[in-house]
Design a protein around this ligand. Structure first.
Ligand code: RB5
Length: 160
């Protein structure tokens, strides 16, 4: 049983795959908020929709995000600059599973021009249902927070 609400957003290049993912979420009765964009004809800037998803995930408890652009690269670069976001660009099911078990990913990123809808559905299914293992993996996530520039005033931290 999935308890979280999914915040989902895309650019024009991710719109078609987002429509498929929304159908899948509907079929599973998983609640979601779609922050746009709303068509594939108008070219839009992916960071705008990335920010809408990230803001919602960081400000609303019990939410996770899904971001879709053409490759997933721009969305994941953007999302991972934001402290508290652990965005995983997944082109396969194994990565989706590991991103949950080891990385506690709270945003799944998909490439609408890279993977098909069948694979995307399975990636989403696995990502939604796989729990974080915690333990040494939580310690490593804590280490990221200590070492990264965004949490240390613009300077890289040092390994203890
Ligand atoms: C849009 O053309 C494309 O650049 C964008 O969807 C994404 O792939 C960027 O990383």
């Amino acid at each position: 049983m999935i308890m979280e609400t999914i915040i989902i957003g895309c650019d024009h290049a991710g719109y078609a795959l987002k429509a498929e993912v929304l159908k899948f979420l509907n079929s599973l009765n998983i609640p979601y908020q779609d922050v746009g964009c709303d068509n594939e004809e108008t070219s839009v800037d992916y960071p705008v929709y990335g920010q809408k998803v990230i803001q919602a995930v960081l400000s609303q408890p019990d939410t996770r995000g899904i971001l879709i652009c053409g490759t997933g690269l721009g969305m994941s670069i953007m999302a991972n600059r934001c402290p508290g976001i652990r965005a995983a660009l997944c082109y396969n099911i194994y990565a989706a599973m590991m991103s949950r078990q080891h990385n506690d990913s709270n945003v799944l990123v998909l490439g609408g021009r890279v993977i098909g809808s069948g694979l995307a559905r399975e990636i989403v299914r696995v990502w939604l249902t796989t729990p974080f293992e915690g333990g040494r993996h939580q310690e490593r996530l804590d280490l990221i927070d200590r070492l990264c520039c965004s949490s240390s005033g613009g300077k890289l931290g040092t390994v203890p």
